[in-house]
Design a protein around this ligand. Structure first.
Ligand SMILES: Cc1ncc(COP(=O)(O)O)c(C=O)c1O
Length: 354
């Protein structure tokens, strides 16, 4: 780690230099994309990707109801209107409902999220894109390394956005993100937008952003983190397999991953019975298990959404139900075997009361 810091420190070049270029090339290769463009965060990557796809204020964007708030915030920051379709039983965007919404017309762009590290059905996504001829931005902030039937998530969209927030599967020592694309023109525009819309020195063709991935983050990501990613992903998968094989509590439903998805298991969601989530959380935490919630409120129910133009396609009852029951068990590559067994024992010992 300190070697990577030294390389940057001694180079005397801290913004948009050789380390960013090197990391972008490695990331693009890993993802099977022609271009990767490093930016300051996953949120910015989504917003810049949407702009590359020509999104304008007032345009309607199809979004899932369960995700990090950043997903919908990118849409709103552009003045566009989120249209929520419900989630499926895994908490992911229901692609059948997405098809119905697209068939009704009026949708300008689609922003599916490969949530929890699970890849959505890429064949279905590709079919929607071909049939309705709409741009797709894939939010792959949680799913680097995930694939569907052997095809990497991020291979269908016009652009894919990812995040290097420290807790992500590929995490930096601070904020960072990247946009991936096969389009020359999208890559060029993204590079311009991240740097104040500057098209050539001191010429600004667009109102852009200050959204650059720092050399320091790029060096640490490229030299220290990226070479470890495959091993970390394998470890996450082994932990998920162990949980699936060993958690047998009739009160707990393992949310699981859709068939065909080779998940990178960013998170491991389980569902408590209705009205019992806080009891389950209290039980896990009282027994030393760092359980989380992803996410306790569906996006359209966030206080910040009050007064913001948005639409629910057919109501999002499944998402609200999912959000009210979801609890995330610890899953990260540095969990020790005995810690994993402890999680299993504590989960299996829980008896829903009342
Ligand atoms: C699904 C999803 N989308 C977008 C983001 C935003 O990424 P960042 O925190 O790097 O802005 C995150 C992470 O917080 C995320 O989990």
């Amino acid at each position: 780690m300190l070697d990577a810091v030294r390389v940057v420190g001694e180079s005397g070049w801290y913004i948009l230099g050789a380390e960013v270029e090197r990391f972008e090339a490695e990331l693009a290769r890993l993802w099977g994309a022609r271009f990767a463009v490093g930016v300051a965060s996953g949120l910015d990557a989504i917003e810049i990707a949407l702009r590359c796809c020509g999104l304008k204020p007032g345009d309607q964007v199809l979004v899932p109801p369960i995700s990090a708030f950043a997903t919908v915030m990118a849409v709103i920051r552009l003045g566009a209107t989120p249209v929520f379709v419900d989630c499926d039983r895994f908490g992911l965007m229901d692609l059948e409902q997405a098809r119905e919404a697209l068939a009704e017309g009026g949708i300008r762009c689609m922003l599916p999220v490969h949530l929890y590290g699970h890849a959505l059905d890429l064949d279905a996504l590709g079919a929607l894109k071909a049939k309705y001829e709409i741009p797709i931005v894939e939010d792959a902030a949680q799913s680097i390394g995930a694939s569907h039937h052997g095809v990497a998530c991020g291979s269908v969209g016009d652009c894919t956005a990812t995040s290097f927030y420290p807790t992500k599967n590929l995490g930096a020592l601070g904020d960072g993100g990247a946009l991936l694309t096969n389009s020359d023109s999208h890559a060029r525009l993204a590079r311009t937008l991240r740097n104040y819309g500057q098209s050539s020195k001191y010429v600004h063709a667009h109102i852009g952003y200050n959204s650059r991935l720092d050399e320091l983050h790029a060096a640490i990501l490229g030299r220290v983190m990226l070479p470890r990613l495959a091993g970390w992903t394998e470890r996450r998968r082994a932990i998920a397999r162990r949980y699936v094989a060993s958690i047998h509590n009739p009160n707990l439903e393992i949310a699981g991953a859709p068939a065909g998805s080779e998940s990178s298991w960013h998170l491991f969601p389980v569902l408590a019975p209705h009205g019992r989530k806080s009891q389950l959380l209290a039980h896990l935490r009282a027994n030393g298990i760092a359980a989380g919630e992803h996410y306790p409120l569906a996006l359209m129910d966030q206080p910040a959404m009050r007064g913001i133009a948005h639409r629910e396609f057919r109501g999002c009852s499944r998402a609200r139900d999912f959000a009210s029951r979801e609890v995330s068990l610890p899953i990260h590559p540095y969990l020790e075997n005995q810690e994993i067994e402890r999680v299993i024992d504590v989960a299996n010992a829980w008896q829903a009361a009342g």
